[in-house]
Write a protein that binds this ligand. Structure first.
Ligand code: NAP
Length: 282
């Protein structure tokens, strides 16, 4: 099976590295020539081009561009596709993509590998990035079963844990555990930067350790990706942010009222429940 990848960045490059290591022939298309050259040099693809026509012999194509480019890329790709070609994407938001693509190319399986890094680009692509990570597939009732099974089999070869759900459920769930954390982590960094005493800012920067590293990591990630999470999953991100604001307001009120008992109870509740969201962590 020939694999095609459009968008040779962190995710596209990492898919390529894994699938090439498994013996697949991987054809890559990206926007910039230097990215194509790097992808070849790093071993993420066998061949690379700026032209989508390279993918005319691909059997399964991963669209790994930024979210806003997924549907436009797919539209440009169609004239070159063989009728049996299966398309999948890796976008962090699913509903607008699944709905948009179903009108254009029914042999499409929406996907989202839940793995990432703070950095972006082909330089940080990594073999084994998806190992033991969730990989969500969001087929519709019209998606050909055989295509779903093929994409599922590839996701399992990446050693991911495969989950199926509909695109709305996906977008609502990831708003809580992926998109809201980006906004809250970014707010944390901005709040720290709002300290007006330069000596205190400098001291805080020198003292920041593992707790700050954990809580600020996703706020320090790819700004374009964070923006698109908000833009394309707007209602669910807003819903989660309103709820988060209520929680913060609650803490403010507890502290203003010196209600230490309530704070401890809240933290006991979160201490007990955090693990429910981290069951896949070893
Ligand atoms: P990235 O590292 O910035 O890679 C995207 C690459 O796409 C860029 O390197 C760019 O390559 C290329 N590109 C941009 N527009 C293009 C176009 N119109 N045609 C062809 N190539 C184009 O971003 P990423 O983190 O891999 O994210 C890619 C997708 O994965 C997004 O849809 C995102 O939602 C999803 N995703 C990201 C994460 C994460 O944590 N990063 C996790 C799961 C899923 P050039 O250098 O050639 O311009």
């Amino acid at each position: 099976m020939n694999i095609g990848i459009v968008g040779l960045g962190l995710i596209g490059g990492s898919v390529g590295l894994d699938l090439r290591s498994l013996g697949y022939r991987v054809l890559g298309v990206s926007r910039r020539e230097q990215t194509c050259q790097k992808a070849i040099a790093l071993g993420a693809v066998d061949e690379a081009s700026l032209e989508l026509s390279l993918l005319s012999i691909a059997d399964l194509i991963f669209i790994c561009t930024p979210i806003s480019s997924i549907i436009p890329t797919l539209e440009q790709l169609i004239p070159f596709l063989s009728p049996s070609a299966i398309l999948t994407d890796v976008g962090s938001v699913k509903t607008p993509i699944v709905e948009g693509v179903s009108q254009i190319w029914p042999n499409f399986v929406g996907g989202h590998p839940m793995a990432g890094k703070a950095e972006s680009g082909i330089e940080v692509a990594q073999l084994g990035l998806f190992r033991d990570r969730p990989y969500v597939l969001t087929p519709t009732k019209n998606t050909p079963l055989e295509s779903v099974e093929k994409v599922e089999a590839i996701a399992r070869l990446l050693q991911s844990q495969v989950f199926f759900c509909d695109s709305q459920e996906h977008d609502r769930a990831v708003a809580w555990i992926s998109h809201l954390p980006v906004m809250t982590s970014a707010s944390l960094i901005s709040a720290c930067m709002s300290e007006t005493n330069p000596t205190v800012v400098k001291l805080a920067q020198e003292l920041a350790s593992s707790g700050f590293r954990d809580t600020s990591r996703v706020g320090g990630g790819n700004p374009e990706l964070g923006r698109m999470m908000a833009q394309y999953n707007r209602l669910e991100v807003l819903r989660s942010l309103y709820s988060f604001r209520d929680q913060i307001d609650g803490f403010i009120q507890d502290i203003e009222q010196e209600d230490w008992q309530t704070i401890e109870e809240k933290l006991r509740y979160t201490e007990q429940n955090r693990r429910l969201f981290l069951q896949n962590e070893s």
